[in-house]
Design a protein around this ligand. Structure first.
Ligand SMILES: [Zn+2]
Length: 273
């Protein structure tokens, strides 16, 4: 009985911030420091590899989440797609996991996560292939990205895929994700074709290149490199880079064109170090 009474007192006193009714300070908002920047610095794009209903359930009830989920058109409802906001932008969503980009780690705390409903990869005629993203879904994504870029002054290099920031673990949003057309809409990075051919300098696109040189370039662009000498890590990093910037040729091998693309990106957007 005594215990119950004590708890009641504690609960009641909690309403008064532990100081009773007395106000001990005021917050003065009239100054605003010059040195500051948005907490959100990047957008990470994913696919769910599930249908609309399972994606919504997993991302709202499960151990992972994203700020936004863009459904796939089911042909029944209008408008064709729905954009769910599942986590407020001011809060951290659990979408990136162990990740790194341009020197930052723990990207969940500095990014907005967007999940697109897409089945991902499937086997067809003995080949693994990815699933195209419907135009209405991409239109919704573009519109959402425009508002985020504006709100947080997100730079083109900081609009990335999950596979860019976790290349050893993740393959989404995959080579079917249209990074090039997104860049044509003013969103995300893309190299200038002229600069790529300049750096290609007459070599054939698939001529072998030095993987160590390529990995060093990818690291300077922002890719998280932990063990540059590891062959399996080299392959995964090169695959991730090619999925983003040369989806027609995802080989995991260093070649002249992949190296020229990396150099063209660095000359356009600057190097990290
Ligand atoms: Zn993902």
């Amino acid at each position: 009985m005594k215990k119950i009474w004590l708890w009641s007192v504690l609960l009641l006193s909690g309403c008064h911030s532990g100081t009773g009714d007395r106000q001990v300070f005021t917050v003065d908002h009239h100054l605003n420091a010059r040195s500051q920047e948005p907490r959100v610095k990047m957008v990470v794009i994913h696919y769910t590899a599930e249908d609309n209903a399972s994606s919504l359930r997993l991302l709202s009830q499960g151990d992972v989440s994203a700020h936004y989920l863009i459904t796939s058109p089911d042909g029944k409802s209008a408008p064709a797609v729905t954009v769910y906001q599942l986590v407020p932008e001011s809060r951290v969503a659990w979408h990136a996991g162990v990740s790194g980009w341009r020197g930052y780690t723990h990207l969940n705390s500095i990014s907005i996560g967007i999940e697109l409903v897409n089945p991902g990869y499937y086997r067809k005629g003995g080949m693994t292939t990815c699933t195209l993203y419907p135009p209405s879904q991409l239109l919704a994504l573009e519109s959402l990205l425009q508002t985020l870029v504006k709100r947080y002054a997100i730079t083109p290099v900081n609009i990335v895929g999950h596979s860019d920031v976790a290349p050893s673990r993740k393959q989404d949003p995959g080579p079917c994700f249209p990074w090039h057309s997104l860049a044509n809409a003013g969103l995300g990075a893309w190299p200038d074709a002229g600069t790529v051919s300049q750096f290609l300098a007459g070599r054939s696109a698939r001529a072998p290149a030095d993987p160590r040189v390529l990995i060093a370039l990818l690291s300077r662009y922002g890719y998280p490199v932990t063990d540059p000498a590891s062959q399996s890590e080299q392959t995964r990093l090169i695959r991730a880079f090619q999925m983003h910037f040369r989806p027609a040729g995802v080989t995991g091998k260093a070649d002249a064109e992949t190296e020229a693309i990396a150099r063209a990106l660095l000359s356009k957007y600057g190097t990290l170090h």
